[in-house]
Design a protein around this ligand. Structure first.
Ligand code: TXA
Ligand code: MG
Length: 343
């Protein structure tokens, strides 16, 4: 097992507890020497390395088994640092950064020459994010250098929202894990491409489209552009998938009953207050109940998928989420996980 250090910070407005400060210093030291450290962010845990050191960045790809064509997000302490990584910091990028940073929004702009090709998968744009988690912020401040950090899971797996998820997925492939408890948002950041006008929403996330359009005072495009394979391969196809096959069901209870009748071990993720699968409970059924509102549901979703995998279910049934903008990010992740099952 990798080293795991607690990084509790009960009052982010106050200085960190001494043990937390010490843990973050150790993490910064390891990173400065080219190491790999799993860090908490407000979205999911990230697998961090020095962004401007190609050898360190290559270790991220190796540890995750991530294809070299899938570019990484670079994390910075603020807007000035972001500008330093861009050859063209557009007005849209400036507006969004001022409105949503620090926070769960990633901004894509044309890259500066100092950003290594390995980070951007050879592309001429770079994705940049300023996280709001106090531990991530303190780490960036101490280190004084940007860090590249994808989600801290094996490629194609479910993103980690606890330190235990990271340890299970990556184990000794990571030098140190900073454990700050469960992530507040629970799904990955919204990604907006600001390198061309109009801005384009590439990945739905905690910051929704309406908020982005309000900040920009204009409508944005959405979905992958025509040259999507080059621009954001991570947004395509199989991704975010648990081990068990996952399906969305308009009537989850009935679907579970039928899978149980087929003799399968079944996990059911439901928003219903009563979790009665009529026909009686079964020791082959594991029910996880999540809140019936998008923010709470997002916070608990990946932990639910990790838990159902750990309990060895063969099929996961999820009550289909409602339509509409507030549920978009959750729907996006679930539809990807469901399509992975059939690909
Ligand atoms: O919340 C998050 O964004 C987390 C935390 C750790 O910050 N990170 C994360 O990274 O989710 P990752 O690597 O799992 O997802 C990054 C996504 C991928 O879909 C990737 O293809 C896309 O961002 N991306 C990275 N660089 C890009 C670029 N230059 N243009 C378009 N998309 C890019
Ligand atoms: Mg990921």
């Amino acid at each position: 097992m990798p080293d795991l250090l607690k990084a509790d910070w009960p009052d982010p407005d106050a200085a960190p507890p001494a043990a937390t400060e010490e843990a973050i210093r150790r993490a910064a030291g390891l990173l400065a020497r080219g190491g790999l450290v799993a860090i908490p962010t407000e979205t999911v845990y990230g697998l961090a390395a020095l962004a401007l050191e190609p050898a360190a960045v290559r270790r991220i790809f190796e540890a995750k088994g991530r294809p070299a064509r899938n570019p990484l997000i670079v994390h910075v302490p603020g807007i000035d640092a972001a500008r330093g990584l861009a050859s063209e910091w557009t007005p849209a990028a400036e507006r969004l950064a001022r409105r949503f940073w620090p926070g769960p929004l990633t901004i894509v702009v044309r890259k500066a020459a100092i950003v290594p090709d390995v980070v951007t998968a050879g592309g001429d744009t770079v994705a940049i994010r300023c996280p709001s988690h106090p531990v991530a912020r303190r780490l960036l401040e101490l280190l004084g250098r940007p860090i590249a950090a994808p989600s801290a899971n094996l490629s194609l797996g479910v993103s980690p929202t606890t330190a235990a998820h990271v340890a299970t997925s990556l184990g000794d492939r990571v030098d140190l894990i900073l454990d700050a408890g469960p992530c507040e948002r629970g799904i990955e950041s919204t990604v907006v491409d600001c390198s061309a006008a109009p801005a384009r929403l590439l990945r739905p996330g905690p910051v929704d489209r309406a908020a982005i359009e309000a900040a920009l005072c204009e409508t944005v495009a959405a979905g992958p552009p025509d040259d999507a394979v080059l621009r954001s391969p991570g947004l395509l196809g199989r991704h975010y998938a648990p081990e068990a096959r996952l399906e969305l069901a308009s009537d989850g209870a009935t679907r579970c009953r039928s899978l149980l009748a087929d003799g399968l071990r079944v996990g059911w993720i439901t928003r219903r207050p009563e979790t009665d699968v009529a026909g009686g409970s079964s020791d082959r059924l594991v029910v996880v109940r999540l809140p019936d509102e998008p923010r709470g549901f997002a916070r608990g979703l990946y932990a639910a998928l990790h838990e159902l995998d750990a309990r060895g279910v063969e099929a996961i049934v999820v009550d289909a989420p409602p339509g509409g903008e507030p549920w978009r990010a959750v729907r996006d992740r679930l539809e990807r996980a469901a399509s992975a099952a059939s690909s």
